[in-house]
Unconditional design. Sequence first.
Length: 121
Amino acid sequence: MQEASLERPAKHTPLLALAGVVHADVDTTFATLAELVTPQEGQVTLFLRDDDTRTLILQGGWWYRGEYRVLPDEQGSRVEHELINVAQTAHWAGAITGRSVIADAPAAFQQLLTDLAARVE
């Protein structure tokens, strides 16, 4: 599996930001989130797990970058997810190509939060 970078590519546009709270400590939440989103062997996805910043990055295809962060919250952990267009050529087409991914992201993120909570709470 190739490694992504914490630094976003030169040309990038945030397309959608989502967040939710999980009632568990940040270290447990981050470790469990990493288990859920780490690409399986053989998947063609750039991936980065940064334990210091509790950040996970998945970058695949020509336009897609997903960033997850786990932050302390008074109720446990705040899980943030951003979808970012990182197309370096035909940047304008990234959001158009990814419109179904973007449209499906809120429901997918809510399901991820549900699965995460079931494992840690």
